[in-house]
Design a protein around this ligand. Structure first.
Ligand SMILES: [Zn+2]
Length: 97
């Protein structure tokens, strides 16, 4: 468990954290004085996070592709059934004449 400031992500001493503080000393001081807090720092994603996000996107795309393929297969099967039934009906009709 990392004890980090919920505003600037600076490390907070566990003793401070255990007292219920979720802001680091400097952010906490500004907050106590009613002063504006510094803008939160944006932490760029790590290589591992980027890799994980890309992998997730790839898996999602694969799942979408598979589901589309399954749908196309099912549609083709349904269409074939309808065509076969229609052919059978026509054959029967013209043989009866
Ligand atoms: Zn802070």
């Amino acid at each position: 468990m990392d004890y980090i400031c919920s505003n600037c992500f600076a490390f907070i001493k566990p003793e401070r954290w255990n007292l219920g503080y979720r802001l680091c000393l400097s952010c906490g001081e500004l907050y106590a004085k009613g002063l504006p807090l510094p803008k939160p720092v944006k932490i760029p994603p790590s290589k591992e996070e980027i890799k994980a996000a890309n992998e997730l996107r790839r898996v999602e795309a694969e799942a979408k592709k598979r589901s589309a393929e399954r749908f196309a297969k099912e549609s083709a099967a349904r269409l074939k059934k309808i065509r076969d039934a229609e052919m059978a009906r026509l054959k029967k009709k013209y043989r009866e004449k």
